[in-house]
Design a protein around this ligand. Sequence first.
Ligand code: COA
Length: 260
Amino acid sequence: MDYENILTEEQNGILHITINRPKKLNALNRATIKELHEAFSNAKEDHEVKVIILTGSGEKAFVAGADISEFADFSPEEGRELAARGQASLFDFVANFPKPVIAAVNGFALGGGLELAMAAHFRIASDNAKMGLPEVSLGVIPGYGGTQRLPQLVGKGRAMEMIMTAGMIDANQALQYNLVNHVTSLDELPELAQELAQKIMKNSLVAISGAIRAINANYEDGVNGFEVEIGEFGHAFGTADFKEGTDAFLNKRKADFPGE
Ligand code: COA
């Protein structure tokens, strides 16, 4: 598939999606958001794709935010629509994606960039990464889920401080804040992402989808996560992966999950 603003490459079950506007520090314009939506939609249907690694091109930025030049003259109604459409087509879509999504944060992850990384199922970062939600410095607030996902990950007080000061934290502070799970050098970031993806792929991806839904249920209004967990747990018993996983264990062999 040819895209203008992103690169996609599938290798051994891992789909690498790279946001590719390095001259603009990979800022998310509308076209990029649309292409990302398309790439994720295709990945959802593609049985070859087991895990997705999302990163930015170049050595400076994951994504330096939503493209400011596109919304500078927006009306309140247009602003509302921008946030609503972006959340539905990309940020919530990624957060609820049935296959694991790892964000490999390779530099600045600011505004919409950090919001995209936070929508991923978990994050790893290179030691040059800088993260923040600087929207209030522009007279606006985070609109792609940042006011909700940042406190979920780092706690309310830290989120309040980061958003109010519009400041950036470095990779080690992000690690301390539980915003990222691992920090490594920029050179080793792709390898670490790959290693994690490979570890994940040894397991039942059907079961992983159920776990994603159950974990996410904890953050949905009016949904009882424990009930969702019970439903997903029961559902797993009817899958071929469960038969294979338990049979492999009982017969002291490695499981070869059919993914069904
Ligand atoms: N939207 C649009 N363009 C952006 C952008 C964004 N969010 N972030 C960076 N760019 C563009 C710059 O305008 C510049 O383009 P130009 O060369 O055509 O002038 C190019 O990317 C390089 O950025 P520059 O600012 O020159 O790099 P820097 O190393 O001096 O600074 C940052 C890096 C990340 C500190 C700075 O680019 C920045 O503050 N960006 C905006 C961050 C932000 O507020 N994001 C939240 C948006 S809601």
